[in-house]
Design a protein around this ligand. Structure first.
Ligand SMILES: Nc1ncnc2c1ncn2[C@@H]1O[C@H](COP(=O)(O)OP(=O)(O)O)[C@@H](O)[C@H]1O
Ligand SMILES: [Mg+2]
Length: 408
């Protein structure tokens, strides 16, 4: 059931939780609120010691999925297993999982020490053991010096570290984290991402992490489930999801993607020839996803090249995998990179993101330049024209660029 989607390239060798003992299993889990389907047929397992993220836009069903694991919601159909045991009828407090929320939910009238000790004391753990464990957890989150303070005397980042210590003190089988860094500013969030990952490695616990922030999920996760409108669109390691998105939604949601409607024209083993709308015929060294292995010629697909894989040049480049001439419509300075947007003669909009060595003189609006890419940088994505992304096969699509520097 938990087969990795792809095999072959370097990124498929990473830990995927497939071999690990599953701690959490979703078996055809659907959750309805009245007629509304919040989670549709979730069917996957999370392995022991995995950092597993549920990633998707607001409202896609992440929190609902997590709450079903915690026991705050019951599946409408399907089962959830913890350590192989069906917990559908087990109340939250009897499940060996803990949740960390965006709001720190610390007891304001208790000291940091007592907050962390709370779970141990309610389990009647002896005083010496409580002292030892609380000390250990405060060391783990690198805040041993604040034991006597009240939560109100801590910064947001510190409070979230204490919330983490409190949630881990009982050594739960899985820690569920619902956008735990959402209230922190960007710099602190980035620091905490590294910290969370370190803590997870040190305690070797199973983390289920909910976020709508793709950069966050890519940074921290062993595997990611990308959710969209209640459905799991793809499960894979960060490089799998980034380099070989299984759907147009995943391609656009994770990073930026140049996606152009194309048609399969032929195939020679692992190499596809495709006719790309407005950009001619190209070869794609597609270790394309298995969903594309059997498609007949003429099938509509989407041709994908990531902006950072695009090269920009004034002369027509030779010896490249593919190239297309564009008229520059926008040049955005984004710090380490320059974002260059242009349109082809057929109106397809393409974005290139080039580093400092890309071009000695920045392109100007209105100028004609060549965008090119290595054969290995091009990919194919199934054109699910009826799918929830609302893509129509006739329309070139480019993900709107964020504000300067946002993704760098
Ligand atoms: N108790 C509820 N009653 C009705 N609708 C709900 C309830 N909880 C969540 N929903 C709806 O289910 C969808 C998914 O919600 P949620 O799981 O919170 O999404 P996410 O965490 O991905 O933002 C949303 O449209 C939300 O409005
Ligand atoms: Mg949520």
């Amino acid at each position: 059931m938990l087969r990795s989607r792809r095999s072959g390239p370097f990124w498929c060798g990473s830990r995927t939780g497939i071999d690990a003992q599953p701690v959490i299993q979703f078996e055809h889990v659907t959750k309805r609120f009245g007629a509304f389907v919040a989670v549709h047929e979730a069917h996957f397992a999370i392995g022991e010691g995995e950092f597993f993220s549920l990633l998707g836009p607001s409202g896609c069903g992440k929190t609902t999925t997590l709450r079903m694991v915690a026991g705050f919601e019951r599946p409408t159909s399907g089962r959830i297993l913890l350590d192989g045991r069906d917990v559908s009828r087990v109340p939250p407090y009897k499940r060996d999982v803990n949740t960390v929320f965006q709001q720190y939910a610390l007891f304001p009238h208790l000291s940091v020490y007592d907050n962390v000790a709370f779970g141990l004391r309610s389990r009647k753990v002896g005083a010496a053991e409580v002292r030892r464990r609380v000390g250990e957890l405060l060391e783990l989150v690198r805040l041993p010096e604040v034991a006597d303070r009240r939560p109100g005397q801590l910064s947001g980042g510190q409070q979230q570290r204490i919330a983490l210590a409190r949630a881990l003190v009982n050594r739960p089988r899985a820690l569920l984290l619902d956008e735990p860094l959402g209230a922190l500013d960007l710099k602190l969030r980035e620091t905490m991402q590294v910290e969370l990952k370190r803590i997870q490695r040190e305690v070797n616990a199973t983390f289920v992490y909910v976020t709508h922030d793709q950069a966050e999920a890519l940074t921290m996760s062993d595997r990611i489930a990308v959710m969209h409108a209640g459905r799991t669109e793809q499960i894979g390691t960060p490089p799998e999801i980034y380099h070989r998105p299984a759907t147009a939604f995943v391609a656009s949601f994770i990073g930026n993607a140049n996606l152009l409607p194309a048609r399969v024209a032929g195939r020679d083993g692992q190499r596809f020839t495709v006719d790309v709308a407005g950009a001619g015929r190209h070869t794609v060294a597609a270790d394309a996803g298995p969903e594309l292995h059997t498609v007949p010629n003429g099938t509509e697909v989407l041709f994908m090249v990531r902006p950072e894989a695009m090269m920009v040049s004034r002369q027509e480049p030779a010896g490249v995998g593919g190239r297309v001439a564009v008229t520059v419509t926008d040049v955005v300075f984004a710090g380490p990179t320059l974002r260059c947007v242009g349109h082809t003669a057929h109106g397809a909009v393409l974005t290139a993101e080039v580093g400092p060595h890309g071009l000695s003189v920045a392109p100007q609006r209105g100028e004609q330049v060549w965008l090119s890419w290595a054969e290995a940088a091009a990919g194919l994505v199934p054109a699910d024209v009826t799918g929830p992304t609302g893509l129509t096969g006739a329309q070139p699509l480019v993900e709107p660029s964020g504000p300067p520097g946002e993704r760098i």
